[in-house]
Design a protein around this ligand. Structure first.
Ligand code: FES
Ligand code: FES
Length: 198
């Protein structure tokens, strides 16, 4: 089969080259403007005051820092665990104004001025919170990686009144995964703590 090729005049070739050069310069200009914007976004810092477990913490962080990273890496509150880091496992559960949140999905900036409670803030001195005690008594963990998230979630679950039956507890605790599959003991611990807390 004969392959035909278009005949290109020298003039049209030069015109085409000039247009291509102009386009690539425009692209380069846009790219460097975008690079500069991205660079300044990375350099940006914001000042925050986080109220965690009743203590005020003044922090300067990049706007993209999550509440989870601020807790673990800036305040050394490592009881809150990082599992999936994308809202799927519940290991990072903390309370924000009394409601449970996945701290890996909350920007530290949006927690500014809110009341944050982590696992470190539950006990009363040396006396564990009733939910902590119930987890220990029911043996509601194996490796323990999910446990602080489970306990924080259980505190809110009880407060919300979603503990009418084991089925209801399982449903309202379903955002907290346990790879060791300690679910029967976790459900029993939540039920026992709910009964104690009335
Ligand atoms: S670490 Fe936040 S949900 Fe898994
Ligand atoms: S106790 Fe191991 S993941 Fe839950």
């Amino acid at each position: 089969m004969k392959i035909t090729s278009p005949i290109v005049s020298r003039r049209s070739l030069l015109r085409g080259s000039a247009a291509a050069a102009a386009t690539s310069l425009a692209h380069a200009g846009r790219a460097s403007a975008q690079d500069a914007t991205a660079e300044s976004a990375f350099e940006a810092r914001i000042d925050l005051r986080l109220n965690v477990n009743g203590h005020q913490h003044a922090l300067t962080v990049e706007p993209r820092v999550t509440l989870l990273d601020a807790l673990r890496e800036r305040m050394q509150l490592t009881g809150t665990k990082k599992g999936c880091n994308r809202g799927e496992c519940g290991a990072c559960t903390v309370l924000m104004d009394g409601r449970r949140v996945n701290s890996c999905l909350v920007l530290a900036a949006s927690a500014d001025g809110r009341e944050i409670t982590t696992i470190e803030g539950l006990a009363d001195g040396d006396t564990p919170h009733p939910v902590q005690r119930a987890f220990a008594e029911a043996d509601a963990f194996q490796c323990g990686f999910c446990t602080s998230g489970q306990i924080m979630s259980a505190v809110a679950c009880i407060e919300e009144g979603h503990t009418g039956s084991p089925k209801e507890i399982r449903e309202w605790m379903s955002g907290n995964l346990c790879r060791c599959s300690a679910y029967p003991q976790i459900t029993a611990a939540v039920a026992a703590a709910a009964e104690e807390l009335g």
